[in-house]
Design a protein around this ligand. Structure first.
Ligand code: 13P
Ligand code: SF4
Length: 328
């Protein structure tokens, strides 16, 4: 049998380069932020233009801390819905806006709250660890929240005798379980972006750049994680890139991460981890926030995240536990 031909592509290579001057729309956003006493928090996967005008760009954990600490009146959150919702949960007095309310998350959608409630009812006594990529209703049903940046640290603090249910990402859960040695029940959810990286797609790019180390996100499947030199959250990828002696690094996560890496580690070259069908891998939800929608949201202070107080308060308890436990 003939082996399947892989599609032909040019690897996406980002070498050292200058950042272009601010555009008029970017300048308008910066001026409006001052006028409205707004802070712009952006996730590492946002488009470059949004990252350039943000006050803080980071991973889910860093963004949750920034949202909890800010004294701005308005939080303009450029990320996906569950991230903006987390900002509102920890900061109910503030106006929290998200440029596009449709910016969801396939992983969050894979764990509906009613299904989790039914599972808990049928299996009483479980200690529920929820990855932050879930709805407020799922957070409210959980004992503690974690992010990819602190999941190992959080799980290590759960009393030994408790049986753990990890929701909603089976890949992150499996990674944490392997590192901590804690057996866990895993909810069968996954991120549609990260599961597109395959052994085959990474073997090919590694063949083209044999000296470059691979850094991968724990939402990738186990066989892909096993090929990586380092598995970590998007924030920890910055430290890895800075410290690794190689001047070229293969980045196996959403391609927006490379904007942040280029700003923080400008002397190095980054190669986007390819999938079997594309040289890059973008999250369509993260990319729903455009620079135009960001400006409109700031002008109108809409669309806003609103939550019923009982739900907000129930969801805030496991988030607060996470923030406390990850300071330890
Ligand atoms: P990080 O917390 O590592 O930034 O990951 C968030 C995310 O959505 C990954 O797909
Ligand atoms: Fe959700 Fe995956 Fe997009 Fe992250 S990359 S927001 S986990 S769909």
């Amino acid at each position: 049998m003939m082996p399947l031909e892989l599609y032909d592509y040019e690897p996406l290579v980002f070498g050292p380069g200058e950042s272009p001057p601010l555009t008029s729309i970017e300048e308008e956003i910066i001026a409006l932020k001052r006028e409205k006493n707004a802070v712009l928090l952006a996730h590492n996967y946002q488009i470059e233009s949004i990252q350039r005008v943000a006050d803080f760009v980071g991973d889910s954990l860093g963004l949750a801390y920034k949202a909890a600490e800010t004294d701005a009146d308005v939080i303009l959150f450029c990320g996906v819905h569950f991230m903006a919702e987390t900002a509102k949960i920890v900061n109910p007095e503030k106006t929290v806006i998200l440029p596009d309310m449709e910016a969801g998350c396939s992983l969050s959608d894979s764990c509906p709250a009613d299904k989790l409630a039914a599972y808990k009812a049928a299996n009483p006594g479980l200690y529920v660890v929820a990855y932050i990529n879930c709805s407020a209703a799922v957070k409210a049903l959980s004992d503690v929240i974690c992010t990819s940046g602190n999941a190992v640290q959080i799980v290590k603090q759960i009393p030994e005798e408790r049986e753990i249910l990890f929701v909603p990402d089976q890949n992150l859960g499996q990674w944490v379980s392997r590192i901590t040695g804690r057996p866990m029940q895993l909810w069968p959810g996954s991120c549609y972006v990260h599961v597109l990286f395959t052994v085959q797609s990474l073997e090919r790019i590694r063949g083209q750049y044999p000296q470059a180390p691979i850094v991968a996100h724990p939402e990738c499947i186990e066989m892909v994680r096993d090929m990586a030199d380092e598995v970590c959250s998007t924030e920890k990828m910055i430290g890895f890139a800075r410290e690794h002696p190689s001047d070229t690094i293969i980045v196996v996560t959403e391609t927006g991460m490379i904007h942040r890496l280029r700003r923080e580690v400008p002397e190095k070259t980054f190669i986007a981890g390819p999938t079997d069908t594309c040289a890059c891998n973008e999250c369509r939800f993260m990319k729903m926030n455009t620079i135009e929608k960001t400006l409109e949201a700031l002008k109108n202070l809409q669309p806003r995240i609103e939550l019923p107080e009982d739900l907000r308060s129930a969801a805030s308890k496991p988030i607060q536990r996470m923030l406390d436990w990850s300071r330890r």
